[in-house]
Design a protein around this ligand. Structure first.
Ligand code: ZN
Length: 493
């Protein structure tokens, strides 16, 4: 299979469904695995398109660019996060005052007739259109270009309030609702705009969020505020009623759950213990879980709609999804990521398996759920329990984990699990590999040896490729080259 045909063949998934049996047979090693790299517009603007592409190709054998074409987040766009050391390339000043976010491509108004959200061109880089600049140079070098956008917005945008979710308190959230027709249309419209306006090879979209139940319990890394859980808007209420879920009962259940969580965070132990009390609430209000499932099913519907829209424009374009790192920590979130169920509308899946920052993120997750429904369990015991149920091997104990990160064995196990989860499907598995993702001062940092081991582990686990993450503007060249060394050792570059 040559490099160009990778996504095209993935796109033939439906037509080739009857051939699945034959395709499931072991295949000979493929020299042209997808070697993807996430990169924001600012790197091209700062360092020059040709220079950056040559560096990525020469050092890490990158053959596919995941260009951050839309986001309001710093995770995939902008220069290095302020406060973190600047890498050994690119502009050596922080863009604290200039980063705003939005679309780093032209916006063609004709595609946005069915949404109120029309004004989202990123002002950061003037008229710089990243796809217009990058695609011709990428093609010259035999590289593919995927538009990479994410579910991250800000509050100070014209009309965005019409698309926002509603929190339990009734206040508008900063996040947008998958059941709001304006947001549904916008998500599809921007994908259509890119698909029609540029000679791209595919689209990847990511949403690093979860439903009200998980958020209220703090079941993620990062610090969730129980009072800001979503979504309780009119569109979600209507969808709930149509699905036989009583929204008033759901809201009542969440208000009870909120009381439990707020008291737990203060160390007020229920008479029968934290874990038992959560079960009592779940049994009394089955709507708690129904509401969580409703949220996740709405996310899936949004993905399927994007997939269908892109395929209606050009069936050869590859469409896939970024799966949030919380998949590595929270068993509840993991239960919601049924890869086989997603496969029919996923040409590829980028499963985040960031080994290095996983250490401090896991500690953060344990601290969080260790303050709510697992508050009766000592932290080390709780971590051991998670290692066991998530099927991890020998990772560090709670006092050292942030400083050591996870091992390459974690990358291997998670890749293998995803591979098995996708068995019988044609969806390509592309683990996201951590290269210099920012961590705390005392926490583990990427190294060339660790990066090389992680890349090799992904292929040993059965990956169809890798996506070097999160963004070129935070990666040290030595670590990028270590990814390339791994690929050369594996005969993949
Ligand atoms: Zn809603």
């Amino acid at each position: 299979m040559n490099r160009r045909s990778f996504l095209q063949s993935a796109a033939g998934t439906i037509a080739a469904a009857s051939l699945r049996q034959a395709d499931a047979l072991p295949m000979a090693p493929q020299p042209n695995k997808m070697i993807g790299l996430q990169i924001g517009a600012v790197s091209f603007a700062d360092e020059g398109v040709g220079k950056v592409l040559d560096e990525c190709q020469n050092s890490a054998a990158v053959n596919t660019l995941f260009v951050a074409t839309f986001t309001y987040g710093r995770g995939i766009a902008g220069r290095q996060v302020p406060g973190q050391p600047l890498p050994d390339h690119g502009n050596q000043t922080y863009d604290t005052d200039t980063f705003f976010g939005g679309a780093y491509t032209k916006v063609n108004p004709k595609y946005y007739a069915n949404t109120e959200f029309k004004s989202f061109r990123a002002p950061d880089l003037g008229g710089f259109d990243v796809l217009e600049q990058v695609i011709p140079e990428a093609k010259k070098r035999g590289m593919q270009t995927i538009c990479w956008y994410e579910d991250v917005f800000r509050r100070d945008l014209p009309n965005v309030e019409k698309l926002q979710e509603v929190e339990l308190t009734g206040k508008k959230a900063a996040t947008l609702c998958f059941n709001n027709p304006d947001y549904q249309n916008w998500l599809q419209d921007i994908a259509e705009d890119w698909s029609r306006s540029y000679d791209i090879d595919g689209i990847m979209w990511g949403s690093e969020r979860q439903g009200a139940f998980s958020n209220m319990l703090g079941a993620s890394h990062g610090h969730a505020n129980p009072s800001t859980v979503t979504c309780f808007c009119e569109f979600c209420y209507a969808k709930a009623r149509a699905s036989g879920i009583n929204p008033e009962r759901a809201k009542q259940g969440y208000l009870e759950l909120e009381k439990f969580v707020l008291a737990s965070r203060k160390g007020v132990r229920p008479v029968d213990g934290y874990y038992v009390q959560l079960w009592r609430l779940m049994l009394r209000y089955p709507e708690l879980l129904a509401w969580e499932s409703l949220w996740t099913s709405s996310l899936r519907a949004a993905q399927k709609a994007i997939y269908d829209r892109v395929k209606s424009v050009n069936p050869k374009l590859g469409v896939g999804w970024h799966i949030w790192h919380n998949n590595s920590f929270s068993p509840i979130y993991r239960a919601e990521q049924d890869l086989a169920e997603m496969a029919p509308y996923s040409d590829f899946l980028k499963v985040v398996i960031y080994h290095n920052c996983a250490g401090e993120r896991m500690v953060d997750y344990i601290d969080s759920v260790g303050g709510t429904y697992f508050a009766d369990v000592p932290k080390q015991e709780l971590l051991d329990f998670h290692y066991r149920i998530l099927d991890y091997g020998h990772e560090a104990d709670i006092t050292r984990l942030a400083a050591t990160g996870f091992t390459a064995d974690y990358v291997y196990r998670e890749t293998k699990r995803a591979r098995l989860g996708l068995e019988g499907t044609k969806t390509k598995l592309l683990p996201g590999i951590d290269i210099d993702i920012p961590t705390g001062k005392q926490s583990a940092k990427s190294t060339p040896a660790g990066t090389e081991a992680a890349v090799l582990a992904a292929f040993r686990g059965g990956a169809d490729g890798v996506i070097l993450s999160r963004k070129y503007s935070e990666m040290k060249l030595a670590n990028l080259r270590a990814a390339g060394d791994a690929l050369r050792k594996a005969g993949l570059a």
